[in-house]
Write a protein that binds this ligand. Structure first.
Ligand SMILES: C[S@@+](CC[C@H](N)C(=O)[O-])C[C@H]1O[C@@H](n2cnc3c(N)ncnc32)[C@H](O)[C@@H]1O
Length: 221
């Protein structure tokens, strides 16, 4: 049966199960990185922020704190199992302005979500573009949605030549660490900033933060 499943279906099926132990495995590892990503993205009160591949919602409370009572946070993910965890977190914390949406992997789903959500000011892709397939389509899709002055941050792990340990990380996360997801962001945005964390081998590669701002003159891509 597995042979007939697409990569996306297999990734979803894995994350549906991974949801049970995801937080226990990753919680401490990325706490500081999440804060730094939100700072790099420039999330401010009253903004609408999308968390692409929000998973169990580990970044949602920080995003909610940054946009405040009158902002909006939209978490999107493909895995129902991960979203159930995120929903429980949102209920526990009584976040009335945090919405969760299940996305399909087809190209049309981003435009459909965007028309439902309305104006989006910031987009965060935290450990998601290394997993999402096809990641270019999703990155470009969200850049298309951002208005002039809107910004997108990619926070992820890169390894040009994964060794045995990194391959284990790739297997557990269903990730491809050799992707250079910052490159199309750099091409399509202004004020591009790329920051590397040198000593993060235990993450499977080097952690990076890439941020760019959408400029009206680059719209016709
Ligand atoms: C490594 S987890 C990261 C979760 C979360 N951002 C975090 O920092 O903990 C990758 C997430 O990407 C989600 N994902 C995979 N393919 C996706 C797609 N096509 N669209 C949206 N999310 C997707 C997975 O379900 C999973 O929750």
């Amino acid at each position: 049966v597995n042979d007939t499943l697409s990569t996306n279906q297999r990734t979803n099926a894995w994350y549906d199960r991974f949801a049970a132990f995801y937080d226990a495995a990753l919680d401490g590892m990325y706490a500081a990185h999440r804060m730094r990503a939100i700072e790099a993205l420039g999330v401010a009160p009253n903004m609408t922020v999308v968390d692409v591949g929000c998973g169990t919602g580990a970044t949602l409370p920080l995003l909610r704190a940054a946009v405040g009572e009158n902002g909006r946070v939209i978490g999107v993910d493909a895995s129902a199992g991960m979203l159930r965890k995120a929903e429980a977190l949102v209920r526990r914390r009584d976040f009335h302005n945090v919405e969760l949406l299940q996305v399909g992997t087809e190209a049309t789903s981003i435009a459909a979500i965007a028309s439902r959500v309305g104006r989006v000011d910031r987009v965060l892709c935290f450990l998601s573009l290394s997993v999402i397939d096809p990641w270019q389509l999703v990155l470009n899709g969200w850049l298309d949605v951002l208005p002039e002055g809107g910004a997108l941050t990619i926070a992820d792990v890169h390894n040009p030549r994964p060794g045995p340990y990194a391959r284990l990380v790739e297997l557990i996360a269903r990730a491809t660490l050799a992707r250079k997801s910052w490159e199309p962001l750099q091409q399509r945005t202004t004020n591009f900033q790329l920051e590397w964390e040198p000593s993060s081998w235990f993450l499977g590669g080097a952690f990076f933060l890439a941020t760019g701002t959408v400029d009206g003159s680059q719209r016709a891509y």
